[in-house]
Design a protein around this ligand. Structure first.
Ligand code: IPE
Ligand code: MG
Length: 230
């Protein structure tokens, strides 16, 4: 999600007001997923690089995360939403970690929508961690070279067991991946909107889905009659 800071700046508000407004866009997107039957929604909420921001902004974001989880816990349980995470959450403040674990545990049996929060996440770091775990097994003599396949690598990533994303929505007009799900996005369709994240409404989500539906996905092959815009 991007553009919270610029949204606030346009209104002469502090950046944290933009992040607060952005958290309401999360509510709208989650509802849009429930309404349309989307089963996985991954939000790039805080990157490994975001730790470089001023301490007051970082702690404000962490408090906002805690507040969001406190407010949404019961609704998630009730609506069949499962909370999961990717990223090094051990780097988050302990109260945030505790709240996350509490809500992840409370919703572990749900399956209608899996809401994945990327927190202290970096695609390159995730790949480095996967390579290290493979190297450890190989060095111990537990993994043959031929057993190193794309599926094995999938299984060592934070996203193990989750499908690759079909659609990536990027707000605020940025035309870059910014270290997000580098391995998993290989064949993901990309939709870029100029809207800042706090301005992102249900109709923008539906427009992104319609854009996705208009794409012909060939995965490097050629289009066949039956696949065309199915
Ligand atoms: C939200 O938008 C991203 C978070 C880290 C929460 P930004 O804070 O990056 O907003 P801009 O890019 O400065 O407008
Ligand atoms: Mg930004």
């Amino acid at each position: 999600m991007d553009g919270n800071g610029r949204w606030a700046q346009q209104r002469g508000l502090p950046r944290l007001a933009g992040h607060e407004a952005g958290s309401r866009s999360i509510e709208r997107c989650v509802q849009a997923c429930l309404d349309t039957g989307v089963e996985f929604l991954t939000l790039y909420a805080f990157s490994s690089e975001n730790w470089k921001r001023p301490a007051a902004e970082v702690s404000g974001l962490m408090l906002l995360l805690e507040k969001f989880l406190n407010q949404k816990r019961d609704e998630m349980v009730r609506e069949g939403i499962r909370l999961r995470h990717i990223g090094r959450i051990q780097e988050l403040p302990p109260p945030c970690q505790r709240k996350l674990r509490e809500v992840m545990d409370a919703t572990a049996q749900n399956s209608r929508l899996t809401l994945v929060l990327a927190l202290s996440y970096s695609g390159r770091t995730e790949i480095v961690d996967a390579v290290k775990s493979i190297a450890r097994d190989a060095a111990a003599g537990n993994l043959a070279e031929d057993a190193i396949t794309p599926e094995l690598i999938d299984s060592r990533l934070n996203t193990a067991g989750m499908p690759d994303p079909d659609l990536l929505i990027r707000t605020s007009g940025e035309m870059r991946i910014s270290n997000f799900l580098l391995w998993q996005l290989s064949y993901t369709e990309i939709h870029v909107t100029k809207k800042f994240w706090p301005d992102f409404q249900k109709e923008d989500f539906l427009a992104a889905l319609a854009d996705f539906q208009s794409r012909s996905r060939r995965y490097g092959g050629v289009e066949t009659q039956t696949e065309a815009n199915a």
